[in-house]
Design a protein around this ligand. Structure first.
Ligand code: SF4
Length: 409
């Protein structure tokens, strides 16, 4: 396994489409000319193998080795012909992030700091809870959205993760859990949430490909309700998400009106609640078992008052919803304090009395700083936050206007 740089994304590609197999192969090809197999879903692997005249069943065989057996040594893939194995060795690789550190909490939570190319680092967290085990994956190095209460935001944005770098986080976690099983500790990944570093819907293509790999029975085989993409409200991508994949959705709300949300979640200035809420309603329309999980960080004296709770109820009326209240994890220089547990419970009571299913997120991994909002991978290049936000939003606007034109014609 190597750790060479992924190919830079082609700026001409439509950021809100699924990659075609040919585009996926081009994007998966590193500077050394080798294709990272972890960047490709089944369709991509089939297309890659077709280029050398191999049949589609080769993709099935390879995926079983990679994901069911977690075998990365081509020589061990005994049902592949020697000729095909030689080609795999010469032309492809399995490029995983490199583990820099691993921290194990006393409550079973595990946090990894993972190095990508060029000194970029991300964090991944595994959180066991009874029979459930949730892997929280990162989708970008840093983040461009600059939410005012978020420690990742303070780093700025560096780049999107490739699909393989996202899927590779699962590989690393599964590998670690398999070793724990050997030692008699039984943990499994039952759920994946895209709630680590980054705004997943600003890395739409790679997040969708990785989500497909998480859900594919030939890969990790998680049910579609067990893969949750979270967004702060990138509305054009939200419209497309439902069309292209079948994941569950979490939306970071954090404030019930535009004035406060503009301050806490600045992407709201571009896509205000008048646009976000209809997009969320569309997401759950005609999907009776589907609901939206809303994330709401509790900030003392800022968004935690009874009037805020009543406004939340009004805002979410008619949308099948579940609310997740998140006690804020203070970090130096944040300027915010966490709401008292009494205040959080009062807020919960108002929401529950209004018929909104509401949970308070348990703080996990306290001793290893693994809780929500504490992901702070080392990002070396911190400067491109604004440029990237403008670039992606312009691309999103182009896409939205194309969709409008299509709807009108
Ligand atoms: S809360 Fe999420 S979207 Fe907002 S800055 Fe942090 S990582 Fe980005």
């Amino acid at each position: 396994m190597t750790n060479s740089a992924p190919a830079p994304a082609d700026p001409r590609l439509d950021p809100l489409s699924r990659a075609t197999p040919a585009e996926a192969i081009a994007e998966a090809t590193g500077a050394d000319g080798k294709v990272n197999l972890l960047d490709l879903d089944k369709a991509g692997l089939e297309a890659l193998f077709a280029t050398i005249g191999e049949k589609p069943f080769r993709a099935v065989q390879l995926m079983k080795w990679l994901y069911h057996q977690r075998v990365s040594d081509f020589d061990q893939m005994s049902n592949l012909s020697q000729k095909f194995r030689d080609w795999l060795k010469a032309s492809t690789e399995i490029r995983l992030p490199e583990i820099v550190t691993r921290q194990d909490s006393t409550d079973g939570t595990i946090k990894w700091l993972l190095r990508l190319d060029g000194g970029n680092s991300i964090e991944t967290v595994y959180i066991p809870d009874g029979k459930r085990g949730t892997l929280c994956v990162s989708s970008q190095v840093g983040c461009s959205l600059n939410c005012s209460f978020c420690s990742t935001a303070k780093q700025g944005f560096n780049r999107n993760l490739t699909a393989g770098e996202i899927a590779g986080q699962m590989w690393i976690a599964q590998d670690a859990l398999a070793h724990l099983k050997d030692e008699g500790v039984k943990h499994v990944v039952t759920n994946v949430v895209f709630m680590g570093m980054g705004e997943p819907l600003l890395n739409y293509r790679n997040v969708v490909t990785a989500a497909e790999v998480f859900m594919d029975d030939l890969a990790w085989g998680l049910g579609k309700r067990r893969v949750t993409v979270s967004t702060s409200g990138v509305v054009p991508a939200l419209h497309r998400l439902r069309e292209l994949t079948d994941v569950s959705l979490a939306v970071s709300l954090h404030a019930p009106d535009n004035a406060l949300r503009d301050e806490l979640v600045p992407v709201n200035r571009r896509y205000p609640l008048e646009e976000l809420m209809p997009a969320c309603k569309d997401f759950v329309r005609n999907a009776p078992r589907r609901h939206i999980t809303w994330e709401y960080v509790m900030l003392k004296g800022i968004n935690d008052q009874p009037e805020h709770a009543h406004k939340v109820l009004k805002l979410l009326r008619g949308i099948p919803s579940k609310m997740n209240l998140i006690p804020f994890n203070p970090f130096p220089g944040s300027g915010y304090e966490t709401s008292s547990m009494n205040q959080v419970r009062r807020f919960q009571d108002i929401l529950a009395a209004g018929g909104l299913r509401t949970t308070i997120r348990k703080t996990r991994g306290d001793d290893i700083d693994a809780a929500c909002g504490q992901l702070k991978g080392q990002v070396e290049n911190r400067v491109r936050r604004l440029d990237e936000t403008v670039r992606v939003h312009k691309a999103s606007d182009r896409e939205a206007s194309r969709a409008d034109d299509g709807a009108r014609s």
